[in-house]
Design a protein around this ligand. Structure first.
Ligand SMILES: *Cc1c(COP(=O)(O)O)cnc(C)c1O
Length: 381
């Protein structure tokens, strides 16, 4: 009887701490430091891998390998590209894949900068349709589409769509599918295994988790499509700095620890909110009675760190945010320090005035729940 090698099918934590690391070399560090280079020594014919700093960088190479291992651990043929931000990554897919006359299907309540990209594409003659994430409503507007854009769970509404079902429908129509995997992270959901052509994300949020780095990535399995994405990165130059790429790689080692604690905290906060009469519309895919729970359970392995809910008025929501002591009033989400904001202050999302997007950090669960309950009692007094 031969025992299976412990490295043949490692768990999430094991993969996260080792993702993308080079083979050990005597006297070399485990994770080589950032390579700061605008150009590389390049006598003779200009052949790769490292030619010019806008096109390639060894620090990106390791990070891209790491993200690829987390997004698609069972697929060798995927390619990963890192970008300066999530929007740079999203735009790279949209603008490299779509031409005048093509049809794009967006979620109607996705990340609030996505509609701006849609408007820009519309001005270039792309037909842009949108439909809600919940209920797989994007299926109804899919005929003739070239690219289907999914965001699940959606931000900030936390609706979930059935990625497998939508990918099958898209494939039958010759339509590509991209999934914004920002909220779930690759430890929460692996879109390529569910049938998507691209997993796209902002690494600014939980992937890096410390609120100090902007980053984005695209993982794809179609070589020609990824070549176009790579070409777009070269044209636009939306590249991450080596320091940001290295910090991001360093942060991946704790992704499983953070994601586990943060999803425990998010569920505890959601449950505490459910018991408070003035709170309405609590959404968290991990809550057994949440409308997203059934499909989320089929395709997600962790339910993320974001909880959304509403307080009766804008003033009440502001009092709540003001009374929190362990939770920073800040935008973005996914960091080790809890944050919350009144989402309506931006004007971009169709949400009530008292709508709060809450991002659970890595604090002790009891402390965080106590802080939330205290702030609720102050706000609704
Ligand atoms: C933040 C976010 C983005 C954009 O990422 P940046 O790194 O801020 O450019 C895209 N999609 C989702 C779902 C996000 O939350």
């Amino acid at each position: 009887m031969s025992a299976e090698s412990p490295t043949s099918n490692p768990g999430d934590g094991t993969r996260a701490v080792r993702a993308g690391l080079p083979e050990p070399v005597k006297h070399e560090p485990t994770l080589p430091g950032p390579v700061f280079a605008a150009h590389y020594h390049l006598p003779g014919d200009p052949t790769g891998p490292y030619v010019y700093g806008r096109d390639q960088n060894p620090t990106w190479t390791l990070l891209e390998r790491a993200i690829g291992e987390l997004e698609a651990p069972r697929q060798d043929d995927v390619e990963t590209l890192v970008f300066a931000s999530g929007m740079a990554a999203i735009s790279a897919v949209l603008f490299s894949q779509l031409r005048t006359g093509d049809v794009l299907v967006l979620p109607s309540e996705g990340y609030n900068v996505l509609p701006l990209a849609g408007e820009q594409l519309r001005s270039y003659g792309v037909e842009v349709r949108s439909a809600p994430t919940g209920g797989d409503a994007q299926l109804d507007v899919l005929d003739g589409a070239k690219l289907l854009w999914l965001e699940t769970p959606s931000n900030p509404g936390l609706d979930v769509c059935d990625v497998r079902r939508l990918c099958e429908a898209a494939r039958a129509r010759g339509c590509l599918v991209a999934v914004d995997n920002t909220l779930a992270t690759p430890l929460g959901q692996r879109p390529l295994e569910l049938g998507a052509d691209f997993a796209v994300a902002s690494g600014t949020k939980q992937l890096t988790g410390h609120g100090d780095v902007l980053l984005g990535y695209v993982v794809g399995r179609d070589a020609a499509a990824m070549e176009a994405v790579r070409r777009w990165r070269k044209i636009v130059g939306a590249i991450p700095g080596p320091m940001e790429a290295w910090l991001a790689h360093r942060s991946l080692a704790t992704l499983q620890l953070r994601a586990d604690r943060q999803s425990v905290n998010a569920l505890a906060v959601a449950e505490a909110l459910m018991g408070w009469p003035a709170v309405t519309g609590v959404r968290y895919p991990g809550l057994p009675d949440d409308p997203s729970h059934k499909i989320a359970s089929q395709q997600m392995r962790r339910f993320g760190c974001v909880v959304s809910f509403s307080l009766p008025t804008r003033a009440c929501a502001e009092r709540f945010l003001d009374a929190l002591r362990l939770v920073d009033d800040a935008t973005s989400f996914g960091g080790v320090r809890s944050t919350a904001e009144r989402r309506g202050r931006w004007g971009g999302d169709a949400v009530p005035e008292g709508f709060i997007r809450f991002s659970a950090g890595a604090e002790d669960t009891d402390d965080l729940v106590a802080d939330v309950l205290h702030a609720l009692s102050v706000a609704t007094d």
